[in-house]
Design a protein around this ligand. Structure first.
Ligand SMILES: Cc1cc2nc3c(=O)[nH]c(=O)nc-3n(C[C@H](O)[C@H](O)[C@H](O)COP(=O)(O)OP(=O)(O)OC[C@H]3O[C@@H](n4cnc5c(N)ncnc54)[C@H](O)[C@@H]3O)c2cc1C
Length: 287
């Protein structure tokens, strides 16, 4: 199928992009890598009246240290994250690099952008899950200026975010490095979105878990923090039985949907296995 007719514009600066969004009204959309938007337009799941191509804004492609944190420009391709080598940005954020291989296929990773994935807000998207896991902040700009949105407030529902129609996502900031973090997921075919994905972060001291974060994707219409599993881990020794118990608690805590990809029961089983697997990987990782 072909998309419905739309007006096509280009913006070469952030200011131009926002001006055009304001001028074109609520039915206009920004075009970044096009790896989700164009597919949805071809299926006529979305019918924007206009597209504003922002690929000409070259200064939004970067991965840079930000104090002890990391900031990623909205137009940074997934592939750049996969290829991160610089120890200044890798240390404490290697979970992003390790997770990048799960994002679609190679051509999707070369065209698709970090900001596009966050703005698209698929509940099993790796970057959305890691943004929630690692307390990221999302920087957006609109006609009223810039604002910073905590990831915990950003995702409102399936493909729905806090962004207003005339706002553009500029940057994602990860404030703190995390020595022990991992993402595990399952899909039937390599490159597909995960049926269920689990992301975890542990703060380990003297063989015990000081604090823990557990996030599941694919089990609700937003990436979900699972506090019941975190409670099992906090203060407990870092050992396999504790990880298994955290997985079991995560499975009990969710009410996942059933669809063509798997039943709710199947998703619960996957959640238990993937949380345990991610915890084992995280405990073994250092940076
Ligand atoms: C076969 C296939 C498999 C895939 N598998 C995965 C996967 O496993 N994991 C995964 O995470 N993704 C997957 N994707 C999606 C891919 O990661 C996309 O690149 C991503 O979802 C959107 O990024 P984009 O740059 O392509 O954005 P686009 O498709 O251009 O835009 C997506 C949406 O975000 C908006 N948008 C884009 N940039 C901005 C911005 N800076 N500010 C405000 N709004 C913006 C657009 O207006 C649009 O509504 C897959 C895609 C395909 C086709």
């Amino acid at each position: 199928m072909k998309p419905t007719a739309f007006e096509f514009r280009r913006a070469s600066t952030v200011e131009e992009a926002v001006e055009q969004l304001v001028e074109l009204g609520d039915d206009a959309k920004l075009l970044a890598g096009g790896q989700s938007l164009i597919a949805m337009m071809n299926f006529r799941l979305v019918r924007p009246s206009a597209l504003v191509d922002i690929n000409g804004i070259s200064d939004l492609q970067y991965l840079e240290p930000d104090g002890e944190g990391l900031k990623i420009g909205a137009l940074t391709p997934h592939r750049w994250v996969e290829l991160m080598e610089d120890p200044d940005i890798l240390e404490g954020f290697s979970v992003l690099k390790r997770a990048a291989r799960w994002v679609g296929h190679y051509p999707i990773r070369t065209r698709g952008t970090f900001g596009g994935s966050i703005a698209h807000a698929d509940p099993s998207a790796e970057w959305c899950m890691l943004a929630l896991l690692l307390d990221a902040e999302i920087v957006a700009v609109g006609p009223a200026g810039e604002r910073v949105i905590p990831a915990s407030d950003f995702f409102h529902g399936f493909f729905m975010t806090d962004l207003q129609p005339d706002e553009m996502l500029l940057e994602v900031r990860f404030p703190r490095p995390t020595a022990h973090a991992a993402l595990q997921e399952f899909s039937r075919r390599a490159g597909d979105f995960a049926i269920v994905a689990a992301a975890v972060a542990l703060d380990i001291r003297d063989g015990a878990c000081d604090s823990a974060r557990v996030v599941l994707g694919g089990v609700a219409d937003v990436p979900l923090r699972i506090e019941q599993a975190e409670k099992v881990l906090e203060g407990a020794d870092v050992e396999p039985e504790v990880f298994r118990e955290a997985g079991r608690e995560a499975a009990k805590a969710i009410d996942p949907p059933s669809d063509v990809h798997g039943s709710a029961e199947y998703r619960r089983d996957l959640a238990a296995v993937l949380v345990e697997r991610a915890l084992r990987e995280a405990a073994g990782n250092d940076g």
